[in-house]
Design a protein around this ligand. Structure first.
Ligand SMILES: Cc1cc2nc3c(=O)[nH]c(=O)nc-3n(C[C@H](O)[C@H](O)[C@H](O)COP(=O)(O)O)c2cc1C
Length: 337
């Protein structure tokens, strides 16, 4: 089944140890034991979102995920987490096979520490130059994620990143493409350009196995691409990473939060690092309110532009089967032409 897709994903799936090179990108609060194990059990590759978890909580989450799947899964760690090295040690203790480092350039020694634990390291490459640098520093694979994605985003679209990075790096390195992928035809396009697999978040967030609140899921089903907007930076001195989420009251609250944090910065009561941490804590709290409590008005309903293609709750196996069928038929059409 899906032989053309399988052939193009072969390098990616061999690296991940999964049947298909389809990662479900880590989504804070959403990517926990249930969704992660469902993705891996369905032949994809689930990734636990560590987010702001303590090492103890991560330890519990990995144990619980292992109880639900015997298949490989990864753990996504945010580079600015104050306990990053302890979290790496927790992954090592459990023999986690893949660690994804997100949220910025990995701090000194982190890539080495992960590799010493026996795990493979996956990093996000925001530009070609940084991608090359990350590979030189020991990253085993890269994810390139475009501006269409849900959650924290970079400034460049997936299609442009793919054109800049895949022709240069994908033949000799493992590069997964993320951001704005809602259907298998898009996956097919990136695979043909040399990607070894795809990472999706938005498309999986409302799977039946996702613990996201029913109102969070309904907000996704109602939304169209243009509702998933990027946050705006109000103060040039406070460089905040933009976040793509459904437009609501929470979007406005973020503007107010930035003003508040900028004032703290001005008064000297926090430094830039602390200011950025305050912003990140705001997002973690706002996302929790939406995902867990179902407050889709004041919380942050992070979603990518592909949200318009998410119309109903479906089991992960059905989502993956649909993506594979769409990918395979696109590849077959092109090869037949
Ligand atoms: C609700 C939500 C939460 C997310 N949280 C995280 C996160 O904690 N860490 C991370 O690296 N990426 C996070 N992402 C990004 C996803 O891992 C993934 O790369 C992205 O969703 C892919 O683009 P797509 O949304 O267009 O499919 C999040 C995305 C969403 C939609």
């Amino acid at each position: 089944m899906y032989t053309k897709t399988k052939a193009l994903m072969q390098r990616g799936s061999a690296f991940l140890g999964s049947e298909w090179a389809i990662l479900c990108g880590a989504m804070s609060w959403v990517s926990e034991r249930n969704l992660v194990s469902a993705i891996s059990n369905a032949g994809g590759f689930g990734v636990i979102a560590c987010g702001a978890m303590t090492p103890e909580l991560l330890d519990t989450e990995i144990t619980a995920t292992k109880a639900l799947t015997g298949k490989p899964f990864g753990v996504n760690l945010i580079t600015m987490h104050p306990d990053l090295f302890e979290l790496i040690a927790v992954c090592g203790k459990h023999g986690v096979s893949h660690v994804v480092l997100a949220g910025g350039i990995p701090p000194k020694g982190s890539v080495e520490a992960i590799k010493e634990s026996g795990a493979k390291v996956i990093c996000f490459a925001p530009t070609l130059a940084l991608g090359k640098k990350l590979l030189r520093s020991g990253a085993d694979a890269l994810v390139i994620e475009g501006n269409e994605a849900g959650g924290h985003i970079g400034p460049v679209s997936t299609s442009v990143l793919a054109q800049e990075i895949l022709p240069e790096l994908a033949a000799d390195n493992l590069v997964f493409v993320a951001g704005g992928i809602g259907r298998g035809e898009a996956m097919a396009g990136y695979l043909e350009m040399g990607a070894c697999g795809a990472q999706l978040g938005t498309r999986f967030a409302c799977a039946s196995e996702s613990i996201a609140h029913v109102d969070f899921k309904k907000a996704f089903f109602r939304a169209s691409a243009r509702d998933a907007v990027a946050s705006v930076q109000v103060d040039p001195r406070l460089p905040v990473i933009p976040v793509r989420a459904l437009r609501n009251k929470g979007t406005e609250e973020f503007t107010a939060k930035q003003v508040e944090v900028a004032k703290l910065l001005d008064s000297g009561s926090v430094d830039m690092g602390e200011a950025q941490l305050l912003i990140e804590r705001f997002w973690a709290g706002a996302l929790r309110r939406a995902v867990i409590d179902g407050d889709v008005e004041a919380g942050s309903v992070m979603a990518g532009q592909s949200v318009g293609m998410v119309t109903k709750e479906e089991p992960v196996t059905d989502i993956i089967a649909t993506l594979l069928a769409e990918c395979e038929s696109a590849l077959s059409r092109r090869q037949a032409a």
